[in-house]
Design a protein around this ligand. Structure first.
Ligand code: ADP
Ligand code: MG
Length: 740
């Protein structure tokens, strides 16, 4: 047996078990051993029969006084009934259905640990379908008399189970595999030197510790090791990728202070400290002949557009020295048409004083600015736009993913910007980055021969500098893990003059009063967003009617009962793209007073006149998500308001919503979410591609930094080849990440 042995070869499996294992994604011995316990039970935490109540999950130590199996009349099932007696002499009935073998396993007089739920029938309590394990130990008056070794074995693992496979089955299967001697020679992909410096158990030990801990601290040591392993290999892959990019060259952008001031002096404000710091990180990077790979993180409204514009300005005005062709170009990719249009409009305005030409490409329309025929942008054909992009006439091209179409070529792409970068797939991001490698056949040779390669070998590729942007504040440790290939600049302050959103948690009896307040503000011409947790009303014949407002239903109710004078629109993800765009534009043009939507309405959409937002069912959203929703009303200098309604009144909900009211910025909330909501549920691990276990560990900055440091050293010193086992695992993880 080894790690790759298919589980089927290790013992007989029923069809039901095979199906269940498949559902859990378990095929090999390795898969099973990496199916870690969700948590650990402690069987010293047992109950006495005199104290149990209906509905309770309990552990009992008891002796079987009598046991009988019989057929039930109605369904022809076997039912086993037993009477159990604990050390106090109290008794309770235990019942099992469809498990005819139980009477054989638990003969009269035997003692066992039972765990199950207490149920009630006709006024009598009984223990239902309990799990049990024989423990032939004396039940003294003082309680069960555990031997010393028994005491050590009180910790037991609890696994995620599915129909056909119980936690107990996994427990026994794993236990059997762990006694196999292939473990003694189990190769460990984490180098020993690294394990030793952080006190991490070997793979074989860790597997035993995590499945069969004698003490909780064993399990913790094992979990730490596996978390380290995951973060370490993620880092190896990301940093390797970064280094590959760094092997390429890049155009040196002119970042003279004087040049930069030409741009900043046209702005009606001065940059915040955060903006200046971010810009200085960026100018440092792009004035070198290595491509920048930087992530700019900042809350919605923190002013990222200006940073992107300043960087674009510097790039578009750089004329690579000693060359007889045009200036450098910029590609700016945004996740939606609305956002791309908005950026295009902003850029037209910002670039006008410098006569820098800006283009827009989306799936539908193409525009260019400035134009000979009108003051504003002109609509042009896609072919025309492509031609002007390829000959360098368009200096900044803004667009949706239409930008990365195979038929779009640049003359000299110097800078690639990706807005809301997490909304693009890995391949889309890579496609933008490698754009310059693609040339139409005519221009290929012409350009290749002209590229300036100061200080670079002749065969070096030229890549654009990359500026990624994200308005989703995530904890620093998580950012370091999932963006290991990027350098990080964080802007955690808002431009001055911005009013803090007045956030109110509204109690049910205050709803009317809040609606009056909103009506008064609406009367001054301001607009309102209403966010609901679901799109449609539930079908009462099919679903349990959850207490959850739907966008469609709430819009009707508001019109009918609350704001009859208002014009109200609905926006949600099931609508067609054109329909969504139209509604959003009409809302921007103030054709509606109220927009009722689900949480998916685009982040970053700018409607300064909308200064109020209602969030229904707020407990269903993560804190970071709530914060993003609230960011929509922070777009003007008027006082913005956020009204939060929660259906659940648990202590946890209250604590989280209070944090939402009080937090200074999104980063604070992201940290809070991670610490208190449980990393697993935080923002959906799927989104970040990080396991529950690693998420848990990511709370621990020391561990993340250690894994990052070790990975960096190995990549920097080119040591992958020195550790073949590590290299194998690295290659495996890398190919998995590329499949995303
Ligand atoms: P983000 O893209 O980060 O969500 P934006 O770049 O759209 O934010 O900026 C939001 C608003 O803040 C814009 O209207 C912008 O003109 C304004 N703004 C940006 N920087 C400053 C600043 N330093 N001082 C005042 N206003 C600013
Ligand atoms: Mg933005």
């Amino acid at each position: 047996m080894n790690l790759d042995t298919p589980l089927e070869k290790t013992g007989r499996l029923t069809d039901g078990q095979k199906k269940a294992l498949k559902r859990l994604g378990i095929e090999s011995v390795q898969d099973l051993l990496y199916h870690f316990p969700l948590r650990y039970g402690d069987s010293s935490q047992f109950s006495y029969i005199q104290n149990v109540t209906a509905g309770q999950e309990v552990i009992l130590y008891a002796q079987v006084k009598s046991i009988t199996a019989k057929k039930t009349y109605q369904k022809n099932m076997t039912m086993t009934e037993a009477v159990l007696e604990d050390s106090n002499g109290d008794t309770i009935q235990a019942v099992w259905f469809s498990q005819p073998y139980i009477a054989k396993m638990l003969p009269e007089g035997s003692t066992a640990r039972f765990s199950g739920s207490i149920q009630e029938r006709k006024g009598a309590l009984y223990l239902s379908n309990s799990e049990f394990e024989r423990k032939d130990i004396p039940l003294e008056k003082t309680g069960p008399l555990f031997s010393e070794s028994e005491q050590e074995l009180m910790i037991y693992p609890v696994y995620a189970q599915t129909k056909g496979i119980t936690s107990k089955w996994i427990y026994h299967k794993v236990k059997k595999i762990l006694t196999n001697d292939f473990l003694d020679a189990l190769p460990d992909p984490v180098p020993e030197a690294i394990r030793n410096s952080y006190n991490l158990p070997s793979l074989a030990h860790a597997l035993i510790y995590i499945h069969n801990p004698r003490k909780i601290s064993d399990a913790e040591a094992a979990r730490k090791r596996f978390a380290f392993e995951e973060v370490f290999f993620t880092q190896l892959v990301k940093q390797h990728e970064k280094r590959e990019y760094e092997k390429s060259g890049a155009f040196i952008v002119n970042t003279d202070q004087e040049q930069l001031e030409k741009f900043t002096s046209t702005l009606p404000f001065t940059l915040t400290q955060g903006q200046s710091a971010a810009l200085s990180d960026i100018t440092n990077d792009i004035s070198s002949n290595k491509p920048m790979s930087r992530l700019l993180e900042g809350d919605v409204g923190s002013g990222k557009t200006i940073i992107a514009a300043a960087t674009s300005f510097l790039t578009a005005t750089t004329k690579p020295k000693g060359q007889n062709f045009g200036r450098l170009q910029v590609a700016y990719m945004a996740p939606t048409e609305i956002l791309a249009k908005q950026i295009f409009n902003d850029f037209c305005e910002l670039m006008q004083p410098f006569s820098i030409s800006v283009g827009l490409i989306t799936g539908k329309d193409c525009y260019k600015f400035p134009s000979k025929t009108s003051d504003g942008p002109t609509k042009i054909s896609k072919n025309q736009l492509k031609k002007w992009t390829e000959n360098g006439e368009i200096q900044i091209l803004v667009g949706t993913h239409a930008l990365i179409a195979k038929s779009v070529f640049f003359e000299n792409l110097g800078l690639a910007i990706i807005d809301e970068q997490h909304r693009f797939g890995k391949n889309q991001r890579a496609a933008l980055r490698t754009k310059p490698k693609e040339k139409s056949s005519e221009s290929k040779n012409r350009v290749a021969s002209k590229i300036q390669k100061k200080g670079l070998a002749d065969n070096t590729d030229i890549l654009p500098h990359l500026l990624s942007m994200s308005a989703t504040p995530i904890p620093r440790t998580l950012a370091l893990t999932v963006y290991g290939d990027l350098d990080l600049s964080v802007m955690d302050e808002m431009p001055p003059g911005r009013k803090r959103v007045q956030t109110t948690i509204v109690r049910p009896d205050e709803r009317e009063q809040i609606y009056d307040q909103i009506q008064a503000i609406m009367d001054t011409g301001k607009q309102l967003y209403v966010i609901c947790p679901r799109i449609f009303e539930p079908d009462p014949t099919k679903e349990k009617a959850l207490q959850m407002k739907s966008a469609v239903g709430e819009a009707e109710r508001l019109k009918r009962d609350v704001f009859p004078e208002a014009s109200i629109a609905v926006l949600h993800s099931k609508m067609k793209k054109e329909e969504k765009d139209k509604i959003m534009n009409d809302f921007k043009d103030k054709k509606y007073n109220i927009l009722v939507a689900t949480s998916v309405i685009e982040v970053g959409v700018n409607v300064p006149n909308a200064t109020m937002i209602i969030i229904e069912g707020a407990e269903r959203f993560g804190l970071s998500q709530l914060h993003q929703l609230r960011g929509r009303v922070m777009r003007s200098s008027d006082q913005p308001y956020c009204f939060v309604f929660a259906d659940s009144k648990t202590e946890n909900t209250e604590k989280r919503l209070r944090a939402f009211v009080e937090a200074k910025n999104g980063f604070e909330l992201a940290e809070y979410d991670m610490q208190f909501r449980g990393a697993g549920q935080m923002m959906g691990n799927k989104q970040w591609g990080v396991s529950d276990l690693a998420m848990e560990a990511i709370k621990n900055i020391k561990l993340v930094e250690a894994a990052r440091k070790e990975a960096a050293t190995i990549i920097k010193n080119d040591q992958l080849d020195e550790y073949p086992l590590m290299k194998n695992k690295f290659a495996l993880i890398r190919s998995k990440m590329y499949l995303e």
